[in-house]
Design a protein around this ligand. Structure first.
Ligand code: SAH
Length: 360
């Protein structure tokens, strides 16, 4: 899809076509399945000072916690037993957890349960990324947040967009399934900029793509900025689905923080993954990357049961599969990805023709 077409659709030029097409592509590739990923938010310590994030190092209002190995393993077991086929270990950029410690946790989870393990630990060293892959980690999630260099470097003081992109390429070579994504409506971002983000994300050829609206956190320098527009975030989700048929796309929790019910709407806008927090109740309320995150008062089992009810009520089916991206098809390699490229090429041509016809 061309840049001006992406911009026009992101503005709402043709919501009817966009959302219908996203639903069709989602149904063709994933049927009614919604993959569940249980997120273990094991530490809210962070060395970084990202302007948007409530866990930023200078924020003294956060009750900081770190979970121990046994607690992390127990949480992963609980997630597995409640029918979740994929565990995400997420934290602030917390180097208290050495490569050896993370490697040991990954090995133990992989040997105890038949689950996929995703790491989302921020900017770690290349040798650590390789080591964890050898320990059995299946995926790494590292959001680019935005491809706009000025905004990126302002929002993430001291960090470089080129470094982040290099890490993503290294992960690809190391054999991880790669997840990345953006925050829509970050302060200073234009519609044209967001359209560029969608195009650049698509060029990265990702296995998983997460897009969520900016949610202002009162204890950050962006506390008084407006929150991201839900409809724009949903359109971004739909555009990414149409342009990336095989990628796993989560309905992000940032959507629900901005508007109740928006996560369900994302399932109708091409999303096929939900990522409930499975962090123990005693600490999960402190993982405040943005307000509203982990703020419900439900106990673990009730939360998962409620989520599954919501999925079924929306006409979908909660899946306990590991949920690898079908573009890889369990690592069958280039033959498969060639077929995927051809499929996407044909599909895109069909969509563009249909869209042009529709707008005549
Ligand atoms: N330290 C890890 C994990 C960060 S938290 C890392 O840097 O990769 C996970 C994601 O939450 C971030 O990548 C960012 O996209 C999102 N996030 C953080 N603060 C946010 C905010 N205020 N609004 C919307 N999304 C936010």
């Amino acid at each position: 899809m061309k840049a001006d077409e992406v911009s026009a659709l992101l503005c709402g030029m043709d919501d009817e076509w966009l959302f219908e097409e996203a639903r069709t592509v989602r149904r063709e590739v994933f049927g009614r399945d919604v993959y569940l990923r249980g997120v273990v938010e094991f530490s809210n310590y962070c060395v970084n000072s990202c302007l948007y994030c409530g866990l930023r190092n200078p924020n003294r209002e956060v009750n900081r916690y770190r979970m121990g190995t046994i607690e992390i393993l127990r949480t992963a077991r609980l997630a597995f037993r409640s029918g979740i086929g994929s565990v995400v270990l997420q934290s602030g950029d917390d180097f208290h957890y050495t490569s050896g410690l993370i490697g040991q946790i990954v090995r133990e989870i992989k040997s105890a349960h038949d689950v996929a393990v995703t790491l989302s630990l921020g900017d770690r060293r290349p040798e650590e990324l390789r080591f964890w892959r050898d320990c059995g980690a299946d995926r790494y999630l590292l959001k680019i947040e935005t491809f706009n260099r000025d905004i990126y470097e302002k929002m993430r003081p001291g960090s470089s967009i080129d470094d982040r992109l290099r890490r993503i390429e290294l992960m690809r070579r190391t054999g991880y399934e790669i997840g990345s994504g953006v925050i829509t409506n970050l302060p200073g971002m234009t519609l044209h900029g967001m359209a560029q983000d969608i195009i650049r994300l698509t060029e990265l050829d990702l296995d998983m793509i997460a897009v969520g609206p900016f949610v202002p956190h009162p204890d950050t320098p962006l506390g008084w900025e407006p929150h991201g527009d839900v409809q724009i975030a949903l359109r971004a989700c739909a555009l990414l689905r149409v342009m990336n048929p095989y990628a796993n796309i989560p309905a992000t929790s940032a959507l629900s923080s901005v508007a109740p019910g928006a996560r369900q709407r994302a399932l109708f806008s091409g999303a096929n993954v939900l990522m409930p927090s499975v962090t123990p109740d005693v600490v999960r309320g402190h993982y405040t990357i943005y307000p509203g995150k982990n703020s419900d008062a439900l106990m673990f089992t009730d939360r998962i049961a409620e989520l599954k009810t919501m999925i079924r009520a929306a006409g979908f089916r909660p899946s306990s599969a590991k949920g690898f991206s079908p573009r890889r098809n369990n690592g069958q390699g280039s033959a498969r990805s060639e077929t995927c490229d051809q499929y996407i090429g044909k599909k895109k041509r069909r969509q563009i023709v249909a869209h042009q016809r529709h707008n005549r």
